[in-house]
Write a protein that binds this ligand. Sequence first.
Ligand code: WQD
Length: 323
Amino acid sequence: MKIAVIGGAGYIGSHVARELLDFGHEVFVYDNLSSGLRQNLFSEAGFVHGDILDVQKLDDFFTSVKPEGIVHLAALKAAGESMLLPEKYSIHNITGSLNILNAVSKHGVKYIVFSSSAAVYGSPKYLPMDEKHPTEPENYYGYTKLAIEQYLEWYGRLRGIKYAALRYFNAAGYDVKGRISGLEQNPANLIPIVMEVAAGMRSFVSVFGNDYETEDGTGVRDYIHVSDLARGHRMAFDKLQSGDSFVVNLGVNSGNSVLEVVKATERISGKKIDYRITGRRAGDAAVVLADPALAKEFLGWQAQCSDLDTLLETTWRVYKSAQ
Ligand code: WQD
């Protein structure tokens, strides 16, 4: 299939583009390189440097590429920042997505695979969280993802576009074959921060609270390998071609605490990782876990490389060579 990957130079987008290329799809990346990197592009894929807020450029891109499907991953994703700068998130995430949807509708694109988030659920009311869990986002970033899911639903209904909204849990890791090596810029997530400490790029990790009701008191998350996520996107296109739109979790239902991540990274890198226990971060839950049953039953998807060691080894390989 001819697929446009919007946000395809980013951390997750580049893994998705790689997976689609590996399976014989024709890939065209559209990215403004605000957090994406040229280093993450592949010679086999087309590339247009453009912004989703530039309606004319987006229209030109769709006119020249004529994609049958798109993956939409172009978004701002810092949950904390979204609470301080909601206007910025409204413009980039919501207006930008509507620009994409309007272009998709105008150009007769059939399929959209959308990068949604576990942030649409808000604090867990039960664990693991399945897709029927109430959607009550607790940060504005999560709200933008939920709003976009709703626009997708309407455009699906009114324009016959088929979509898959993939609700990612905590994405981590790097291509197992080592083909992607762009470091995330100014990371706010735990694993890249721990890796920066191991690589000597920062001096310590702040551990946001050790008084949660978890085994070691630190927050537990469902880390999923980015290559497993990428495979989910490819499988979503297969499914959309033969069925209806759907919303599905991509997670593992296996959790690791902050200190487990720190200790395992010390073991894998052989470096000492200094950490300081600080106060809890506003809006953080003690434990977040996905119920991936629907992904397995409906999509036939299962995580293959999301064990903590593979996640951290593939990431350390990239950070080590960036030292
Ligand atoms: C993980 C754990 C922190 C940084 C976010 C988004 C969510 C999502 C994935 C995308 C928590 C702790 C973190 C640090 C720490 N996906 N931590 N020190 O908050 O679970 O999820 O990314 O859409 O929507 O909110 O991920 O990596 O920030 O935190 O102690 O410097 O690490 O408290 O327990 P989070 P995270």
